[in-house]
Design a protein around this ligand. Structure first.
Ligand code: ATP
Ligand code: MG
Length: 415
């Protein structure tokens, strides 16, 4: 994409109403725009990151048998009367012209259970795992942390259905591993810990994936040896590492990027969701639910991967792979060479943002490149042309190298 074509611009001033570094940088670099607290637009650069995150999640969830659907946002309130969740505080309400009340979906247990019930009758129909990537609405009391806590936000929510506890336990473990893969591919694997959290009224634990960052709202106790943690909310019950029994757990601030939750038969019982076993007996179905907030994940990546100058995107989620710029006087021949290089990179299957704003100061263009944080920067100038090459630099380290165009393409593709 040519940068002159982007309708968004970077801004120098940090927005005064955003406390977290990730929200400030994402807004300054033109990835997101705040409409009201907790409600954001994703702009062209931001949407590209979000789509990359979405692709990684979709690949890993499809790989563990998830079947993608898209469920509605407008929910009948009767479904919530069955589960007793009609009065939870985050529910947004609306109504039809005839006065019928509706809820805006904050989660989809009340919708997915009756949906699955229409098709699953026998043990032969199980297990089933259904997921979606869809917008949730929550009337969050606090929405001060940028896209960490939206009132409207994208979630991947998966629901699994099992004939027995053993089958559920195995799938729960599979999902735990799939989440590890997702967060590793998104570049936050090292900072993210499987965390024991409250299982609510239905099980001893649920598990959260907590990423260590001072911008987070949660407090966890880490066991670095086991790479697991305990959420402070259950600390009194489990003063030690649940795995090795160690008690010198480190206290850290963190943000929950995802969670996996055993639901036992809470929702199946509410709707009478049962299956017939081989002997024809009706048995309740055991469920789990598994969430990841896509915007929160994007914010977390920016939060733990930035410097004074801007964001440092991991290649897997970056909006583009290469940021192409020119330096020095923009002669007609230099512009021609830069245009040709842009075409060559694209022909080689490389996603390029080409800064063709020849009326903009070089310093401002370089500052923009650092702020936007694309992994590879390629600069072409009279100086590099004299050396038959281009200057190439990775955003995450300061060293620049002169390479021929062919060599530059090879190093990018072999990364
Ligand atoms: P939290 O404790 O942070 O409010 P939660 O327990 O409400 O999270 P779930 O309802 O299980 O979380 O949602 C699943 C995932 O969706 C979370 O792990 C998080 O990544 C994301 N998420 C939850 N609430 C929000 C929100 N308001 N904005 C953005 N993402 C969210
Ligand atoms: Mg919540």
């Amino acid at each position: 994409m040519k940068q002159s074509h982007l309708f968004t611009r970077t801004v120098r001033e940090a927005p005064k109403d955003e406390a977290s570094a990730n929200a400030q940088l994402l807004i300054r670099a033109g990835f997101i725009d705040k409409l009201i607290a907790g409600v954001y637009s994703y702009l062209p650069l931001g949407l590209r990151v979000l789509k990359n995150i979405e692709r990684i999640i979709r690949e890993e969830i499809n790989a563990v048998g998830g079947q993608e659907v898209l469920m509605p946002t407008l929910h009948p309130t009767e479904n919530y009367q069955k589960t007793g969740r009609q009065s939870i505080d985050v529910l947004f309400q609306t109504e039809l012209k005839n006065g019928t009340k509706l809820f805006l979906g904050q989660s989809h247990e009340e919708i997915v259970v009756p949906l699955v019930q229409r098709f699953v009758q026998s043990y032969k129909d199980l297990p089933v795992a259904v997921y979606q990537i869809q917008t949730k609405f929550r009337n969050e009391l606090r929405a001060k942390s940028g896209i960490f806590r939206g009132r409207e936000f994208l979630m991947k929510d998966l629901y699994s259905f099992h004939a027995n506890q053993k089958d559920f336990d195995a799938y729960y473990e599979t999902l735990k591993q799939a989440y590890v893969k997702i967060f590793t591919r998104c570049g936050i694997g090292d900072a993210t810990f499987v965390t024991h959290a409250s299982g609510g009224t239905f099980s001893k634990y649920s598990h959260e994936f907590q990423t260590v960052t001072d911008a987070g709202e949660d407090t966890i106790y880490l066991c670095r040896k086991c790479r697991i943690a305990v959420n402070r909310e259950i600390r009194p019950e489990t003063p030690a590492c649940p795995q090795c029994g160690g008690i010198d757990a480190e206290e850290k601030k963190s943000i929950e990027v995802g969670n996996i939750f055993p639901l036992k038969t809470k929702f199946s019982d509410a709707f009478g969701l049962k299956f017939k076993d081989a002997e024809g007996n009706a048995c309740p179905i055991i469920m789990g639910c598994y969430g990841i907030g896509l915007g929160r994940l994007m914010g977390t990546i920016a939060e733990i991967s930035h410097d004074e100058q801007g964001i440092i995107w991991p290649e897997s989620v970056a909006p583009f792979t290469v940021h192409l710029l020119t330096a020095g006087k923009a002669s007609e021949s230099l512009i021609q060479k830069a245009d040709d290089l842009y075409a060559t990179l694209q022909k080689n299957g490389i996603d390029v943002l080409y800064d063709n704003r020849y009326d903009t100061q070089a310093g401002a263009k370089f500052a923009d490149a650092d702020l936007i944080g694309i992994p590879w920067r390629i600069v072409i100038s009279e100086k590099t042309i004299e050396k038959n090459g281009v200057e190439i630099k990775k955003r995450n380290n300061g060293t620049t190298t002169i390479l021929s165009i062919k060599e530059a393409i090879t190093s990018i593709k072999e990364r």
